[in-house]
Design a protein around this ligand. Structure first.
Ligand SMILES: Cc1cc2nc3c(=O)[nH]c(=O)nc-3n(C[C@H](O)[C@H](O)[C@H](O)COP(=O)(O)O)c2cc1C
Length: 352
């Protein structure tokens, strides 16, 4: 049954979709920054008759697997409102040491019929100091530990030379050490020149050495555009380095109809293949968060069945609006039931 809140949210989403995509995002985030739904009852994901609880090593036991992917709330301006949408975790950032403006606009493009986006944002963000101050001021952060763990997506500044990239990562990590529950090093955005080229086994080993004892809290996010051999060598290196896990994947690099990173429906198969190639190396030994192309609950089950412990979404939120988490979970439950699974965890790894 559609209630008033849901009806209002759907109208708002439709209205925003009439605007130029980045303007829509800015308007939406400004609205959410006031936490406009705070006087309404807390979000309830309707009780699911098939358990969707997941245990994500290093992050904890979550009531369901759907987290918010990096890039949506780059500056941590709307965590409380986003938590009310029902996400089980929220990854903010990418945060770089210094604030930077990113690429010139337009840099975000919507392809409605394909349910996809192309972006070339270029790590526009407010930098460590401002974002840390915002998180420190937000009561929701203290509250979020139990209900909605926060992650920090770690980037490097555009002007940082490759040899100093690890310093950038260490700085961002140090800046949020006591404020976030998990960290994801982003070696995969297609929009920061030279970033993807850092993803080599040697670089991962060196990064792990420099992070020292903290390494087991650091996840790595890879791109979906490598060949199998190159990709699997990186997965091996990630395992050898003792890192927390893998976030698979970032966007697919494209040059047409716009240059940038492609997300949404057309990314699904590619990022699912990345989960399969990774599984082939570690057989469940390295935790994975599956992200890329989830638009329906069935897509969630596909990622979990390929060995992901949890999933994240970005583009689905832009297309389906604030009710997307509960809709996705209800769809996932129907799909699980059809396939004869009694819980989501029972489906984990069942593809193999
Ligand atoms: C506008 C935009 C900005 C993004 N910014 C980041 C980012 O800063 N860091 C990152 O790791 N991924 C970023 N991503 C990638 C998403 O986190 C996600 O990996 C990708 O969109 C695939 O998921 P989806 O198909 O559900 O959107 C961004 C995606 C979009 C569309």
């Amino acid at each position: 049954m559609i209630n008033f809140q849901q009806h209002f949210a759907e109208l708002g989403t439709k209205a925003l979709q009439q605007l130029q995509p980045e303007l829509a995002h800015d308007v939406g985030m400004k609205f959410l920054s006031f936490d406009p739904f705070r006087f309404l009852p807390p979000p309830t994901i309707a009780p699911l008759d098939v358990s969707c609880q997941v245990n994500v090593p290093g992050i904890g036991l979550l009531s369901h697997p759907v987290g918010l992917a990096a890039g949506f709330d780059k500056n941590a301006v709307a965590i409380s409102a986003l938590a009310r949408f029902g996400f089980s975790s929220i990854e903010i950032g990418a945060v770089t040491p210094l604030a930077q403006a990113g690429n010139p606009r337009p840099r975000l493009f919507r392809y409605r019929s394909e349910q996809s986006l192309i972006n070339r944002m270029g790590f526009n963000n407010d930098g460590i100091e401002a974002i840390r101050a915002r998180l420190n001021a937000a009561k929701s952060v203290a509250d979020s530990k139990a209900t909605c763990p926060l992650g920090i997506n770690i980037g490097k500044n555009k002007d940082t030379v490759p040899g100093a990239a690890i310093d950038d990562f260490l700085q961002v990590h140090a800046g949020f050490k006591n404020l976030a529950q998990f960290f994801v090093i982003n070696l995969s955005s297609p929009n920061t020149p030279g970033l993807r080229e850092l993803a080599t086994p040697e670089f991962i080993a060196e990064m792990a050495r420099q992070f020292g004892a903290e390494v087991n809290k650091i996840w790595i996010k890879f791109d979906p555009d490598m060949n199998r051999d190159t990709f699997q060598k990186l997965i091996e290196a990630t395992g050898d380095a003792g890192m927390a896990g893998l976030v698979l994947t970032n966007t697919h690099r494209v040059t047409a109809p716009e240059s940038g990173g492609l997300s949404g429906r057309p990314l699904l198969a590619r990022s699912n293949t990345a989960l399969e190639w990774a599984w082939d190396v570690h057989r469940g030994k390295i935790p994975m968060i599956g992200v890329g192309g989830i638009l329906t609950g069935r897509d969630i089950v596909e990622k979990i069945s390929r060995g992901a412990s949890a999933v994240q979404i970005y583009t689905a939120l832009a297309y389906r609006g604030p009710w997307v988490v509960s809709s996705l979970l209800n769809e996932a439950v129907i799909h699980l039931r059809e396939r004869g699974f009694a819980s989501l965890t029972e489906a984990c790894g069942s593809h193999y």
